[in-house]
Design a protein around this ligand. Structure first.
Ligand SMILES: [Zn+2]
Length: 325
């Protein structure tokens, strides 16, 4: 019997670093990605292809992509806001591009200064480019404000389903749902993913949850319960616009991995290595607040991974082997 498993998509180098005003040096970004990869993460969103004028933090994205592409078995992802960004990202060789598309009309106009219809038109241009020149690349939509909007307030389920269907009709491979504003609750998460899956089936993508009001993990679990198997998270909870001190924006990767592994759901991630990777993040952004309960508390006594590996026992065994050698 194979273990239940999930894919953790690390978004810290993109979602995290673009919401910090300081710029992490390129070498530090690459060193951090090395450590995330060594911890077992196999999908990393490494940056955004946006004009350096708008986001100087991402000016070196092509160099970071080039480095990430040297990692065997790593899916290298980048966010692109428009066709020009998609052209640059695909030319740089990313495996997967993620395009934000707002569920809320008000958010779409405020955030990207496009109506949803215009954004969908751009999407069609991007999938046409993929079709023509980069047939191996994957195109994903991250539907922002799917669970509520700070401008418009409530976003109806029907709107979300409509946007998801239109995105699929525009030729994208996957549509994930993002709780951009930290407004989701588990009941809503179950209901909405069920409705989106009923509409677009296997093209239903990742859950991108925020921990703004402390419900990030609960919302991830709710999404898991209704069949979601890819989860975005950020090391140290970096990014995602936290509103309150002590509450991270993005779901903390360390806590999410701990939750799934201790439930017997495999992530492929080594938690001790993952927690140690925080050093690389801290070295690149000295003094930046890092969140996470598991890194604070440490692993539980007797902690075992979903696949039965037992870090404390392995360490003991290594020591005995060394002593006897
Ligand atoms: Zn986020």
């Amino acid at each position: 019997m194979s273990l239940p498993s999930v894919l953790i998509s690390e978004v810290g180098p993109r979602d995290g670093l673009q919401s910090v005003s300081r710029t992490m040096p390129t070498a530090a970004k690459c060193a951090w990605i090395d450590r995330l990869f060594d911890a077992g993460l196999r999908e990393i969103e490494v940056g955004s292809f946006v004009p350096a004028k708008l986001l100087p933090q991402m000016a070196d994205v092509a160099d970071v992509v080039r480095h990430a592409l040297t990692k065997p078995g790593l899916t290298v992802m980048a966010l692109v806001p428009n066709l020009r960004g998609a052209e640059a990202a695909l030319a740089a060789g990313v495996h997967k591009i993620s395009i934000p598309l707002s569920a809320s009309e008000a958010h779409s106009q405020a955030n990207v200064r496009k109506t949803r219809e215009q954004a969908l038109q751009d999407l069609r241009a991007i999938t046409a480019l993929r079709q023509e020149r980069y047939p191996g690349a994957r195109v994903e939509v991250g539907m922002s404000t799917a669970f509520g909007c700070t401008i418009q307030g409530t976003v109806s389920d029907d709107e979300v389903v409509w946007v998801a269907e239109r995105a699929v009709a525009a030729g994208v491979d996957e549509v994930g749902l993002s709780d951009t504003t930290g407004m989701a609750n588990p009941t809503q998460v179950r209901r909405l993913f069920n409705r989106v899956r009923a509409a677009i089936g296997e093209r239903t993508g990742a859950a991108h949850m925020h921990n703004t009001r402390g419900l990030g993990l609960a919302n991830c679990l709710a999404a898991f319960d209704v069949g979601v198997r890819t989860f975005d998270a950020s090391q140290g909870g970096l990014g995602g616009c936290p509103y309150a001190p002590g509450a991270s924006g993005n779901v903390v990767t360390e806590d999410l991995v701990f939750m799934f592994e201790s439930m017997g759901i495999a992530t492929g991630v080594d938690l001790e290595r993952l927690m140690a990777a925080r050093d690389a993040l801290a070295a690149g952004l000295p003094g930046e607040a890092l969140y996470g309960m598991t890194p604070e508390a440490g692993l539980t006594k007797g902690f075992a991974y979903a696949d039965g590996r037992h870090p404390a026992a392995e360490r003991l065994l290594n020591r005995i082997e060394k002593d006897c050698a």
